[in-house]
Design a protein around this ligand. Structure first.
Ligand code: SF4
Length: 810
């Protein structure tokens, strides 16, 4: 990135840190020792929440002389139970990364060339509104589009402030065209579980006796206390773990049995497991009679389609005897038996039905809403922060509604992008706002994503680092890191629910700001100008003004974009929390970072590194029996409420597990999980199927420049079956070329017997091309350069394991 100003010397690089591992047991004790000593503001410990991945573990920052020296785990939080993973500890390196975005920038060269000019915040806001000679601003775009607010596209990654960003552009500015990570991550599994058993729930890995994990690499991808819960008990210590994966992962290495399945065939396996359970009458008859809807139709469907283990063996490559044994063992352990729901489930064309089938399979053993099964838990109430939302008569509906059967408010990233670049959008999308997401590396088919950004009249990006997407922007707004801001307070549902606070541990460095402050500043700059455009084109507003006068309509009907920001984030948090739990509880939350009712009585230290948060008889393992339906915990990556509204409410309409969802037929979707030959294609001879995955040391591509994590893993390697590699004369460390219909990458080889034949794998998150990432630049290869940009037809989610590639040594 070339900056067209004389560079002032800032704090960058001036903070020399030595970071030690953060596994030291914190000395804080409940509700007391952790108080910030007002008289010694130089040295202090402040509780906060990690943002190095989505899990939001609780941390305590030690600050000396204004510098964050280290992050330790906070034992008070039931969700993270005194644990921070390596990524969490490395958060300090993200804070002090010398490559951070430090001040607002505007583009001065060609888009993507990386030439920017440093400006003040006011100039940046002015530019977003008015543009420059090189690009248009919002005022001109919205005027030309006659106040169709939906001409502004916007995307965000998961985070505690995602809602702040989304709400500002959807509820205040008025665009419908939002896309987030759901359709490239866990849309299919959350939706399938919501529609089948009422919510995604949580796998109670601490108490399960039998767990099937398919394609989920918990031992590496996310190392949290519940990950540890299961691995402490595998191999004869209380739980049987079966891992189904084309790769022998670290999860497989810790399991009781590993089955190397052919890519894209999991649905056949689950249908065959179900066949055995039904044929042999192994299901929990009482539970099924009382709690399962449509079981008789499902039974008939499974048997009449002949989903036998032998049939599944021919498709999956897993021996029929093995399938029979797993089905029997699973049901013997039920109800404490779980077919793990999975997280990133963007694998293939049959993902939604696969997840429906696994949810029903777990339910046939009664492993739903029960200790050791899929549990729903409870969510502690937090009042919502209401905002005054205007209605724009000319804002049109989202453009990707027809790319799949069910497209919700989080959209289909690929379907949405492709509509724009293929000129199939019903109206033009001309501006793009990006927050906490890096589509240039995250979305399959990088060339198409680049084209999307090139087509825009205006690209505004809010980020902490100069990512590949930042380089494609016109206006860059530097966000501070999670350690420099307070985020909206969050209630964490589950068996042991609590509320936790991410609070600022130091003031924002350089000129960075929290997204709340960024949007507040922007709202002040653009509110009146955008109102003038609405007045010009919106006949409803014109009528209202005639009746009530302009000032009233502007303020009372929510067109004043600044009105969401009259209070600070800290004031909003305090007000919402105190309204529900009172001032004393708020003090507890601020001092300890965590609150839940009766915490003072319940919280106990068991031994040097174990704590109890709720007594056993107070935990929310089974909530449906207790009439807690309205408080049931549901995830927030996908809007489960919106989804469930198709059926009536968050829990299924009937209040039962749904085997046969007839309303899906009207949308062209099978009402029951059904194997479709046409949706499965074997890999042609001479080619390999590419699969991707996550890694313990990296969070997608967001940590690619982190010095501490790069010390652990410098670049990604492609896994290839050793026998096949030998035939291709490929040896460890050789540079190979991987070619798909979408693109070509070069990457080093890792021949191994830990992957089945005809499949290659490399981990996501590498291959950044922004040369402003000093450490992350061109380490290894990006998976999304080669992954095909097809989508499954139910939700429009990506299918990241459907690409065939060629590989050769270079
Ligand atoms: S799992 Fe690790 S990176 Fe994720 S929130 Fe917890 S400590 Fe942070």
């Amino acid at each position: 990135m070339k900056i067209e100003v004389s560079r002032r010397k800032f704090l960058q690089g001036s903070v020399a840190l030595t970071i030690f591992g953060g596994s030291t047991l914190s000395s804080i004790s409940l509700l007391g020792d952790n108080k910030i000593n007002e008289k010694e503001p130089i040295n202090k410990e402040i509780p906060t929440l990690c943002e190095m991945c989505v899990n939001k573990c609780a941390a305590i920052a030690t600050i000396k002389d204004g510098i964050v020296k280290k992050l330790d785990p906070n034992p008070l939080f039931p969700k993270s139970r005194n644990m921070l993973c390596p990524r969490g500890v490395a958060g300090v390196h993200s804070l002090y990364d010398p490559d951070r975005l430090k001040y607002p920038l505007i583009r001065v060269g060609k888009r993507g060339d990386g030439q920017f000019k440093r400006v003040t915040w006011d100039e940046a806001y002015h530019t977003i509104l008015n543009g420059t000679k090189d690009f248009k601003g919002l005022k001109q775009i919205l005027d030309e589009e006659k106040d169709n607010r939906s001409t502004i596209g916007y995307c965000a990654g998961e985070g505690m402030a995602e809602h702040t960003f989304k709400s500002f552009i959807s509820d205040k500015i008025g665009s419908t065209n939002f896309v987030n990570h759901a359709s490239i991550c866990l849309q299919t599994t959350i939706s399938a579980h919501t529609l089948t058993i009422g919510a995604y729930g949580q796998a109670d890995l601490a108490n399960a006796k039998y767990v099937i994990m398919a394609g989920a690499n918990r031992a590496e991808a996310i190392v949290t206390p519940d990950t540890m819960d299961i691995f402490k008990r595998t191999r004869g210590r209380g739980v049987t773990l079966i891992v189904i994966d084309p790769r022998y992962t670290n999860t497989a290495a810790l399991s009781d049995d590993w089955l190397g399945i052919k890519v894209g065939t999991d649905l056949a396996l689950v249908l065959a497991l179900t066949y055995i359970v039904i044929k042999e009458g192994l299901y929990n008859k009482k539970f099924v009679a009382q709690n399962v809807n449509g079981f008789e139709e499902y039974k008939e469907h499974i048997i009449s389609n002949n989903y036998t283990p032998e049939w599944a063996e021919s498709i999956t490559g897993i021996k029929a005897e093995k399938i029979i044994k797993i089905a029997r063992d699973f049901m013997s352990a039920s109800p404490r038996a779980i077919y793990y729901q999975g997280r990133r489930t963007t694998w293939g064309f049959q993902d939604f039905q696969l997840r429906r089938a696994t949810a029903i399979f777990t339910a046939l053993g009664a492993g739903v809403d029960v200790k050791g099964g899929i549990v729903f838990g409870k969510k502690l109430t937090l009042p919502s922060h209401d905002i005054n939302t205007p209605i724009y008569a000319n804002a049109l509906g989202r453009i990707d509604k027809d790319v799949a059967s069910i497209v919700g408010s989080n959209g289909s990233w690929i379907g949405w992008r492709n509509k724009i670049i293929e000129n199939k959008s019903p109206y033009p999308i001309r501006a793009m706002f990006t927050y906490k997401q890096n589509p240039m590396l995250s979305i399959p088919n990088v060339a198409k994503t680049k084209k999307l950004f090139e087509m825009m009249d205006l690209v505004v990006t809010i980020d902490t680092m100069p990512s590949d997407t930042v380089i494609m922007s016109d206006v860059i707004l530097p966000e501070c890191t999670y350690l420099e801001r307070e985020d909206p307070i969050k209630s964490f549902g589950g068996v042991e629910p609590s509320i936790a606070l991410r609070q600022k541990v130091i003031e924002p460095l350089y000129e960075s700001r929290a997204v709340f402050e960024i949007l507040k500043g922007l709202s002040h700059k653009i509110s009146h100008s955008l109102w003038e455009i609405t007045k010009k084109y919106d006949e409803d507003v014109a009528d209202e003004i005639k009746d009530r006068g302009e000032a009233k309509v502007y303020h009372e009907d929510g067109f004043d974009l600044t009105d969401s920001f009259h209070k600070s984030q800290e004031e909003i948090n305090k007000e919402l929390f105190t309204k529900e739990y009172g001032g004393e509880a708020y003090k507890t939350l601020k001092d300890g970072g965590v609150y839940y009712p009766n915490m003072q009585r319940y919280f106990q230290k068991i031994n040097s590194n174990e704590y109890e948060y709720y007594p056993e008889n107070k935990r929310y393992y089974s909530v449906l029996k207790e009439n807690l339906k309205s408080e049931i915990y549901s995830g927030d990556c996908v809007d489960e409420k919106e989804l469930a509204s198709m059926e009536g409410r968050v829990n299924t309409k009937s209040g039962k597990v749904e085997c046969n969802l007839s309303f899906l037929t009207k949308k062209g979707v099978d009402s029951m999980p059904t194997w479709r030959d046409k949706l499965y294609k074997d890999t042609p001879k001479g080619k390999f199927r590419f699969i991707t995955g996550r890694h313990a040391q990296f969070t997608q591509n967001s940590t690619s420049n982190n010095a501490m994590l790069l010390d652990l893993v410098r670049e990604n390697y492609v896994w290839i079956n050793k026998h096949q590699a030998d035939k291709l004369n490929i040896f460890h460390g050789d540079l190979v070329e991987i070619k798909s219909p979408n693109g070509v990458v070069k990457i080093k080889a890792y021949p191994t017997n830990k992957i089945i034949k005809n499949v290659v794998f490399y981990v996501h998150g590498f291959g950044a091309t922004s040369d402003d990432l000093t450490l992350g630049y061109r380490n290894g290869a990006s998976d999304n350069i080669i992954i095909a940009d097809d989508i499954e037809t139910v939700f429009g989610s990506a299918v990241m394991h459907e690409t065939n590639i060629e590989i050769r040594k270079v």
